[in-house]
Ligand binder design. Structure first.
Ligand SMILES: *Cc1c(COP(=O)(O)O)cnc(C)c1O
Length: 478
């Protein structure tokens, strides 16, 4: 270390001095003194190492306090927070998948803020089963004999393979060996569960003979997996689930299906065709079907397994279940939602409502939001620099469901002719993302697009407020 560096080291302000400055100590209340202290300490470590590597030319107390203050400000607000999804992708995994209906939220609050009958039989005054609250509903809605819920669908698949095919073989078509975003890869799941994966067919074509030829004494399961976020089209074929189930049963094997999204209600009326409902899979003879609670079903994060009671009973006593069991809040949410399906009120489930939203209504809403935005721009004398129009959009179900079915929708497009870097709508999109509440929007042809389909009741006001903030902070001041 040379003389200059030694001097800089000595100029570093004392911890206590920094901690006593009100711009720093004001965070003691929200973050705790120890947290604030560790942030200051880490910052000073960085300053010291910068001095050693010659990246620090001078020491300024103001600068240090300002940098630490910024860091503390960031830490002050929760990082998991509500936001506006203007992407038009309904089941957006990064944005929390399904939004729950009011009745489910209320039930979750009631159950979470009180003791409950989670594992208690009120009629008999003895220990009960948490699964019982939803099992009969799932059976009623899918036609299955029995049902079991776990943490998520990945857990459901691992449980099922571990309990029913450990040290045995599971046959899967090469066309269905999928990876779903977030490191869920069927071959990895298979090896984790201790079942040996036997691949049959080719990427684009698999026939019943392929399964027939692969069956050995070691075979336990013939498994079908929903290809989710991708489709093999063109010269392709796969084996029909009824045919596969019949073949499995003739040979004393199990036929199971990972449906991924899992629909309880038919959505062909909005053009979503090609995927079966859970009931259709059960009727085709599939022994066990697994699916997610928070994708097309529109509920909380869950893995749902429905099918033959003899098999479900095996899963219920398999020790791994204890590590995958669902919590009371998810169960409370799921029960409310299943009751909506039971009474034909699924249109009250936001996920279903957004997927089935009427195009003419979306257009009306887009026109109305566009008018509000245009008036805002007019009132701030920027309407010649920020152009708006109503546009057609291609929305999506998301969550790996119906990847090739576009949902025709409407949105508001904003084009920027603002000076400087604000002409790039990426910049505006970044600012809206970092506003509070954040708005996540799409960009197309250098236009900001607000898709109406995924905007919720109060979201339009938030959009207007955020745009107003944006104007006053970045545009009006120049
Ligand atoms: C989404 C999906 C999963 C994972 O479900 P999670 O509920 O997210 O664990 C598994 N399999 C398929 C086919 C899927 O689409």
């Amino acid at each position: 270390m040379d003389k200059k560096q030694q001097l800089l080291m000595r100029q570093i302000p004392a911890m206590d001095k920094i901690l006593s400055i009100s711009d720093i100590s004001m965070y003691n209340d929200v973050l705790g003194y120890e947290t604030v202290k560790s942030v200051v300490s880490r910052y000073l470590d960085v300053v010291r190492s910068d001095i050693c590597t010659g990246r620090c030319a001078d020491i300024s107390l103001d600068e240090i306090v300002c940098s630490i203050g910024k860091k503390l400000l960031q830490m002050k607000s929760p990082t998991l927070r509500p936001l506006v999804n203007a992407t038009g992708i309904v089941v957006h995994t990064n944005l929390g998948r399904s939004v729950l209906p009011e009745c489910a939220v209320r039930n979750i609050c009631d159950i979470a803020s009180s003791y409950s009958s989670l594992e208690y039989s009120l009629s008999e005054g003895v220990r009960g089963q948490r699964n019982n609250h939803v099992e009969w509903l799932l059976c009623q809605l899918t036609g299955a004999e029995a049902a079991l819920v776990v943490n998520n669908n990945a857990g459901a698949v691992i449980l099922l393979l571990s309990a029913l095919a450990r040290n045995k073989e599971t046959i899967v078509s090469r066309g269905e060996l999928v990876e779903i975003g977030g490191s869920f890869r069927i071959p990895d799941i298979m090896s984790l569960s201790g079942s040996t994966l036997v691949e049959v067919g080719t990427t684009n074509r698999t026939h019943l003979e392929d399964y027939e030829n692969a069956v050995t004494d070691e075979t336990a399961i013939l498994m079908k997996i929903h290809p989710s976020n991708y489709r093999i089209s063109g010269f392709s074929s796969s084996v029909d689930r009824k045919e596969l189930a019949d073949f499995a049963h003739k040979n004393g094997l199990l036929c199971i299906e990972d449906l991924g999204s899992g629909m309880l209600t038919d959505l062909t009326f909005v053009g979503l065709t090609g995927d079966p409902t859970v009931r259709e899979c059960i009727e085709a003879g599939v022994d066990l079907v697994t699916f997610s609670g928070d994708k097309l079903l529109g509920g909380p994060q869950m893995g749902i397994i429905v099918g033959k009671s003899s098999l479900i009973n095996k899963l219920k006593t398999y020790p791994l279940l204890r590590a995958l069991r669902s919590d009371k809040m998810s169960l409370a949410g799921l029960e409310s939602i299943l009751r909506l399906y039971l009474t034909g009120k699924e249109s009250e489930i936001p996920t279903i409502a957004m997927i089935t939203a009427d195009t003419t209504i979306l257009k009306k809403r887009a026109d109305s939001l566009r008018r509000k935005i245009r008036n805002l721009f007019k009132n701030h004398n920027v309407s010649d620099m920020l152009e708006t129009c109503t546009v057609k959009t291609k929305d999506a179900v998301g969550g790996g469901a119906f990847p090739e079915c576009e949902l025709p929708g409407y949105g508001v497009a904003i084009k920027s002719l603002l000076p400087g870097d604000l002409q790039n709508v990426d910049k505006i999109s970044n600012l809206l993302r970092q506003s509070s509440p954040s708005i996540i929007c799409a960009i197309r042809d250098n236009k900001l697009i607000l898709h109406m389909r995924t905007l919720r009741k109060n979201d339009e006001d938030i959009v207007i407020m955020s745009l107003l903030n944006f104007l006053t902070r970045y545009v009006m001041l120049g």
